[in-house]
Every structure is written in C-alpha cells, then in structure tokens.
Design a binder for this molecule. Structure first.
Ligand code: ATP
Length: 262
C-alpha cells in the first residue's frame, strides 16, 4: 500500500482509494466497484465532500423508518463492505436490522469473504451465502436473496444500489432507503427515501441519529416519516449543489480560493 502523507490536502480521499484497492486485492470488492467508486468520488467533489442539510434530513427520516419497521434489512455490497464495515454492523444493531450480502458481480467466494469481513467487526447471522428465493422480475445475480432476509423484509436499506434492483424491491411493496451520492441515478429516483451522501458520512450520521431517536415515541417517528417528501428533498439537493458551485463552496472545500481559478 502507498503511504499517504497525513498533511496531503486530499488525504482522506486518497486513503479511501487505498482502502478500497486493498479490498479489491482481498477479494471483497469487485474491480468494477472501483469504477463505481470513481463516479461517486466525482459527484462528492461537486457536492463539496460534506453532508448537505437535505442529506441529514433524509438520514433522520431513514432512521425513523428503520426503527419503526418490523423486518428491516441492510443490504451490503462489496463497496459498502470496504468503506463502512464497522458502521454497518453498529447501525444494524441499533435499529435491530438483519444484514444480507447481495452482489451484482456475485460469486460464492466473494460473499463468504464479505461475510467474514463483517464478522470481524462483530456482525452476527450475516445472510446471503445461501439464497433460497429470487426477486421477481430481476434477471441479474442480484435477484438471489434469502427468504428470511431481503425477500421477507418490509424495509430495505440499500447503499450503492443499482437502479434495477431498487425498482424491483419497490415493486415487491417494500420500503426502500437508498444511499447514493448521485441524485440523478435511477436508484435515487426510485427509492422512497434517497440519501444523497457519501456512504462514509451517511452511516455515521445515521448511527448518531439512531442513538438520538431510539427513545422517541413511535407516533412521533411515524410523523417524521410522513413529513418527509423524497421528491422535494431531491429537488432541494440539486438546487443546493448548484448554489454551492455558484458560490464557490467547492473551491473552498478543496483549499483554494475562488479567484484563483475563475
Ligand atoms: P442506477 O441504475 O441507479 O443509475 P448505476 O448502475 O449507475 O445505478 P452503480 O454503477 O451500481 O450504479 O453505482 C452505484 C451508485 O453508487 C452510483 O450512482 C455512484 O455514484 C454511487 N456511489 C459510488 N460510491 C459511493 C459512495 N462512496 N457513497 C455513496 N454513493 C456512491
């Protein structure tokens, strides 16, 4: 691994690249996952690499939905396992959700490695290795799911999802929460709650929120969910990104002044 100097202005981003590359070498993340990561990086760059107020709002509503769900499941792919393994395990415990590994580029070996990786952070009962149901209308490998997990879930949290499966889960009548930095993706457009944030910030934000909301009355959580409007939130997110670019917030977050480039 390349040693990234701590004082490098892009330290965090470069360290994440190192981590995800290490996970590709360890057989946890697919090579294609690197491309998805690159696209995510590019969009995060435009967002200013911080959680927008609209993302915080979506994260709170998502936690309320997970806390009131009867059978919540967190679906984990290779990128999520690389970037947020500890947080996924902690969040699953806080909201009492099952964890199921579900991959587009599915191999038994990679599922077993992701399971093992999550277990090294304390996960128990990780599903996905022995799928016994299929999601109707989906021809990719992502259709393979466990009956006691995603198949029977009423609410599914899908970080870094592909649009097809998101649509198929919605068609099955499930509540779908997506974490996708891309507000234009089919996933973001399809989900009931779309969190437009980097998974590395979204999961810790959701853990904080779950710690605060876990003692809230169910009626108040349901009211929070009711008040959240996904379309409106996505529209405000796009407006906020545009405003940030106009006001030079991107340049500030990257450590150079607006005047230096325009
Ligand atoms: P869709 O069908 O929804 O348009 P896609 O097939 O283009 O999705 P993938 O290539 O599977 O999607 O990538 C998943 C999504 O995850 C992309 O929209 C990408 O921007 C986003 N993404 C990548 N890295 C991150 C990250 N660290 N945090 C949040 N989102 C990310």
């Amino acid at each position: 691994m390349t040693e990234i100097p701590k004082n490098h202005p892009r330290y965090e981003s470069l360290s994440l690249r190192e981590e995800i590359t290490r996970c590709v070498e360890a057989g946890i993340t697919s090579r294609q996952g690197l491309i998805a990561h690159g696209r995510g990086e590019a969009i995060d760059y435009l967002i200013g690499e911080k959680s927008l107020p609209t993302a915080l709002e979506a994260e709170d509503a998502a936690v309320a939905l997970l806390l009131t769900a009867e059978r919540p499941v967190i679906s984990v792919n290779g990128n999520t396992a690389a970037l947020a393994p500890k947080g996924i395990v902690e969040l699953a415990e806080l909201v009492d959700a099952k964890i199921e590994v579900n991959l587009f580029h599915r191999t038994e070996e990679r599922i077993a490695k992701i399971k093992e990786h999550l277990e090294s952070y304390g996960a128990r009962g990780v599903l996905g290795l022995e799928p016994n149901e299929v999601i109707p209308g989906l021809s990719s490998e992502r259709a393979k799911v466990s009956r006691e997990g995603i198949f029977s879930a009423d609410t599914v949290l899908v970080p870094l999802e592909d649009g097809d499966r998101c649509e198929a889960l919605v068609a099955m009548g499930k509540k779908v929460i997506a974490i996708d930095i891309n507000p234009f993706s089919r996933t973001s457009r399809m989900a009931h709650i779309s969190i437009v944030d980097n998974v590395i910030r979204a999961i810790p934000n959701m853990i904080k929120s779950a710690n605060e909301l876990k003692y809230t009355r169910v009626i108040d959580l349901l009211f929070m969910i009711e008040c959240f409007e996904n379309k409106k939130n996505l529209k405000s997110t796009v407006e906020e990104i545009k405003r940030g670019l106009d006001e030079g917030r991107l340049e500030e977050s990257q450590g150079y002044s607006k005047l230096s480039i325009w």
